[in-house]
Design a protein. Structure first.
Length: 122
């Protein structure tokens, strides 16, 4: 059985404050060694660029802030990729999840709306 990590979107629909939204990541099982999960985004800035978990902090939630550039009215889609994970622990190697991010900018609103959904990719 492969180990896994869980992504929890804080608010599925949220109003951007300063063009950012957030989600949390935590491992599901204690790893035998350090596990690094790289973050990549197709059009947004994800901070931090990597999440690192160890046998001592595996169950501590790590907070990720996604920042999107200001946009004109309309809807844009981006994919935030978590992984594939890097680990010496064979149970945590090459695990990935994607978050689909929709940035909705209605012409009548001063702020953007964001919709986040988690997709299991492997």
């Amino acid at each position: 059985m492969l180990a896994d990590f869980t992504v929890n979107v804080i608010d599925t629909w949220a109003i951007f404050n300063n063009n950012s939204a957030d989600f949390n990541v935590v491992l599901d099982f204690v790893p035998s060694r350090e596990v690094t999960i790289p973050l990549n985004a197709s059009c947004c800035i994800s901070l931090p660029r990597n999440l690192t978990f160890s046998p001592s902090n595996w169950n501590v939630t790590q907070h990720v802030i996604v920042t999107a550039p200001a946009a004109s009215p309309g809807t844009r889609q981006a994919i935030i990729s978590l992984g594939p994970s890097l680990a010496d622990d064979v149970f945590y190697q090459n695990i990935s999840q994607d978050i689909t991010l929709y940035i909705v900018n209605p012409a009548s609103m001063l702020k953007s709306l964001i919709y986040l959904t988690v997709i299991r990719s492997t």
